[in-house]
Write a protein that binds this ligand. Structure first.
Ligand code: X2X
Length: 334
């Protein structure tokens, strides 16, 4: 980094140097961590936002982006942000966040969104606002715009999944969140919770035979190397909240906080477009890599959850207020 006295000092002295970007060490440095791979669109968009924030704050605010579990597992990062050691954490509400804020997983209920417009209606609308209020009550600061972690599909190393019966007894990895375990138990599978940073090796060493994720993650985390079958089950949608550590966020001067808020929310909107635009490419890449792709009918999977009492159970857990908002946005889930 240059020392501020360079350009500013030279200008003050009237020295005819070409103005150059020269700034002091940043006044504020925030650490921004998440689990996704370097090549995931979330990584590029968050780094781009950080660059704009550095530029437009004239070097006063630096956001250091740590993708790919560089700071540890999701559970580690969640611990760090609560302890004040991490400033911004991008993660699924269905994942570790829901261990502290149960309503944060609500959008992960199976088969509630037919498409992305339905997702954003809910999450940019009253459902998202409700969850963000709960996150705030838990002492963390959620930024407004969610990031897209994609519709989720099942991959296995053993067999294609075409009907709910194919899930019976399947050793499948799920992230750390009660909704995931509940849903896959109700499918009669045998779910095991494993953090994302251990997923590849868990599949490789056959600790589990299956996992479920977005096409983006199956490509960018190279899960195709250790899986053989991909069933496009679209069984749930997942998104990431950007959560700020309250003291470091509120400790920023208002202008810098506003600048960071603007660029991070804007990055989320751009990343949503990337994810939608990349679906076709990801799918053809996975076919090229040799995955056997199936497109099962989804109605029987949803019916299996209904029969298992899944929606009833989670309606009671989320409560009538949130359930009402969900049905207002998605239509009747009964
Ligand atoms: O852990 C996963 O599977 C991931 C990356 O999709 C989430 O963070 C929920």
């Amino acid at each position: 980094r240059f020392i501020a006295a360079g350009a500013a000092g030279a200008a003050a002295l009237g020295v005819g140097l070409t103005p150059r970007r020269a700034w002091a060490a940043p006044e504020y440095v925030l650490k921004f961590g998440f689990n996704l791979a370097e090549s995931h669109p979330i990584t590029a968009r968050s780094k781009e936002a950080a660059a704009k924030i550095l530029q437009e704050s004239n070097g006063r605010l630096e956001i250091r982006v740590f993708p790919n579990n560089q700071l540890g597992s999701d559970q580690d990062m969640f611990q760090q942000i609560r302890a004040g050691a991490l400033d911004l954490f991008l993660n699924s509400g269905i994942n570790v966040l829901s261990t502290m804020i149960p309503s944060a997983s609500v959008y992960g209920l199976g088969f509630i969104f037919p498409d992305l417009p339905a997702v954003w209606r809910a999450m940019d609308g009253e459902v998202g606002a409700y969850v963000r209020t709960q996150i705030r009550k838990a002492g963390l600061v959620p930024l407004d715009k969610m990031w897209d972690n994609g519709f989720r599909h099942i991959t296995t190393s053993t067999k294609p999944i075409n009907t709910p019966k194919d899930l019976a007894g399947l050793k499948i990895r799920v992230p750390v969140g009660a909704l995931w375990t509940s849903m896959f138990k109700d499918f009669r599978a045998a779910p095991t919770t494993i953090n994302f940073n251990e997923l590849y090796s868990a599949l490789q060493t056959k600790i589990v035979d299956a996992q479920e994720n977005s096409l983006a993650n199956i490509v960018t985390a190279k899960l195709f190397e250790v899986q053989k079958y991909l069933s496009l089950t679209n069984h749930m949608w997942d998104g990431f909240f950007c959560i700020a550590q309250r003291a470091s966020w509120e400790g920023l001067p208002a202008d810098l906080r506003e600048l960071a808020n603007k660029h991070i929310n804007n990055a989320a909107l751009l990343e949503r477009q990337d994810m939608a635009a990349n679906v076709v490419t990801y799918l053809s890449q996975l076919k090229e890599k040799g995955l056997v792709v199936d497109q099962p009918a989804t109605a029987p999977f949803r019916e299996a959850l209904v029969q298992a009492g899944f929606y009833k159970e989670w309606r009671a857990k989320y409560g009538e207020e949130l359930w009402g908002l969900l049905e207002k946005s998605c239509g009747s889930l009964g």
